[in-house]
Design a protein around this ligand. Structure first.
Ligand SMILES: [Zn+2]
Length: 512
């Protein structure tokens, strides 16, 4: 009964009650949604990119193979111009092929540890005794001079592990989403931290300089392996490239292992009792120096009457190396690949050309996207003609979590448009727009040259607690329902951007 009244009221008020708003082909969006939710291939795509072609550290051979596999899929789905395109100089490739780390005395136990990227291996099995050192300043070097030859060195005591009060996995609450939606551009600027950027940079530089000197000192003293305590606990170890170097001119000289806190702590507590600890370590790492250059992946779906204009979607393709780079960022890559697959499979006409871009070198500073964007769209302040022909760029790089809305990056004019476009997914919890910026990934390369570039708001799930740059970043952590939804939402946004009469509004600078 209520339903009938509602429909009647709706019909009666329809001509006057609705303000002028973004109109679009709702039936096409329903088709995208249905195909995406019911016949998804996103988890299978993600399995190839992680289980078979992972992890994807930039410029490693496996990443190249992942690129080749991806180009093959794109061709199979019928996209045009599927290609790997070199973007410039990155540095050496690196692969870890073997890691055996074992305490042998006073009691034998296996050690959970991963090599830091771009550090050398051990040249076969080595046996050595473990020494704890504490180097907090340059003055500390003196007390260890001549004492560390062939030692396996631990840098500093273990930290205390506290029980976690917060849940490991979570979704955004209504209150959090409301708070995000209520933000204003000015509040964003006011909310910046008290410590200046310069101060943060200065502190960082001091720490980095000490770390570099320490690395040099340990190599000169003939240390055989450095053990670093990893962030994370409960079997999770976060690993990146501390102590490593991808530069040919400045290679790392000492193997570095990042050790799980539980293993690190046990060794340290035994040493503290005055008992000598001996270990066996066999780490095999290979540097790949055939080419310092690497690639991004692209493919297109040509448009109809506005084919010279472009809509882009993308994600970074590379990862760190201790897991298989599932949530960071096979998730984003698989969602984007599935989105173009859906659009192609449905054969819905699109006026503008759709281009997918999958970037490498993101983990080392958005390198692949920045190099390509600047080549094609110009430097900040001096746009190329192509810059005037791109409507927008959509990016996914916050893990597996469901899309809940969009960060507008200060581009308020686009708000009312996206508001309408989210409606077909409102029942799935997609409905929040925030004027806020979010950083740390490739849409920034587009924003920097005045192109509307967007990153979606996503449920955190286990991204910062467990998977982001860790050994636990594996396919198991991907949530199928979220991944399917994300691909459908992205495909709908891309489809609607491609068919909108005008380009998306350009971002205006934030008013102070
Ligand atoms: Zn990352």
């Amino acid at each position: 009964m209520r339903k009938i009244q509602f429909v009647l009221a709706f019909l009666l008020f329809l001509p006057v009650a609705l303000p002028a708003q973004e109109s679009f082909d709702a039936a096409a969006v329903q088709k995208i949604r249905q195909e995406g939710l019911e016949r998804s291939q996103v988890m299978e795509i993600a399995s190839w990119l992680t289980d078979v072609y992972g992890p994807r550290l930039t410029n490693s051979p496996i990443t190249e193979m992942a690129g080749e596999w991806t180009v093959e899929q794109l061709k199979k789905w019928g996209l045009s111009n599927a290609r790997m395109e070199p973007w410039g100089t990155f540095g050496r490739g690196w692969t870890n092929e073997r890691t055996v780390v074992q305490v042998t005395a006073p009691v034998a136990f296996p050690v959970l540890a991963y090599p830091s990227a771009w550090t050398p291996g051990t040249q076969g099995l080595i046996k050595g005794s473990v020494k704890m050192v504490s180097i907090e300043s340059l003055e500390d070097f003196e007390k260890y001079q001549g004492t560390l030859r062939n030692a396996i060195v631990m840098l500093g005591p273990p930290r205390q592990v506290l029980p976690s009060e917060a849940p490991l996995s979570r979704r955004l609450t209504d209150a959090e989403l409301e708070e995000m939606a209520a933000r204003s551009g000015a509040a964003e600027q006011r909310g910046r931290p008290n410590v200046s950027r310069e101060e943060i940079r200065r502190r960082f530089a001091v720490q980095r300089a000490l770390a570099a000197e320490r690395t040099k000192f340990l190599a000169e003293e003939g240390v055989s392996v450095v053990l670093l305590e990893g962030r994370g606990d409960g079997g999770t170890v976060f690993v990146s490239s501390s102590g490593g170097s991808r530069s040919l001119d400045d290679p790392a000289r000492t193997p570095v292992l990042v050790v799980a806190v539980e293993s690190y702590g046990r060794i340290a507590r035994i040493l503290e009792k005055g008992l000598p600890v001996t270990m066996e370590v066999d780490v095999q790492n290979t540097f790949h120096d055939q080419s310092m250059e690497t690639f991004n992946v692209f493919a297109e779906i040509p448009g109809t009457d506005k084919a010279d204009e472009v809509v882009m979607l993308g994600a970074h393709f590379d990862s760190w190396h201790s897991g298989t780079g599932a949530t960071d960022n096979a998730a984003g890559s698989a969602v984007m690949l599935e989105a173009v697959r859906l659009l192609k499979a449905l054969g819905l006409p699109m006026r503008r050309t759709v281009r997918i871009g999958l970037w490498t070198g993101e983990e080392q500073g958005l390198l692949g996207s920045e190099a390509w964007v600047r080549k094609v769209f110009g430097e900040p302040g001096s746009p190329t003609p192509a810059q005037k022909k791109i409507s927008g760029y959509f990016n996914v790089d916050n893990g597996t979590g469901a899309i809940r809305g969009v960060y507008l990056q200060g581009n308020s004019a686009v708000g009312p448009i996206f508001e309408e476009w989210m409606k077909p997914f409102a029942d799935k919890g997609v409905g929040t727009l925030t004027i806020s910026n979010t950083g740390g990934t490739d849409h920034l390369s587009f924003n920097a040259v005045g192109i509307p570039g967007f990153q979606f708001i996503q449920d955190p799930i286990e991204y910062s607690t467990r998977t982001h740059h860790s050994n636990m970043d594996t396919w198991e952590r991907l949530q199928a329902d979220d991944m399917k939804l994300n691909a459908a939402v992205v495909a709908a946004f891309v489809y609607l951007t491609a068919n909108r009469p005008e380009l998306l509004p350009r971002p205006q600078p934030l008013t102070p």
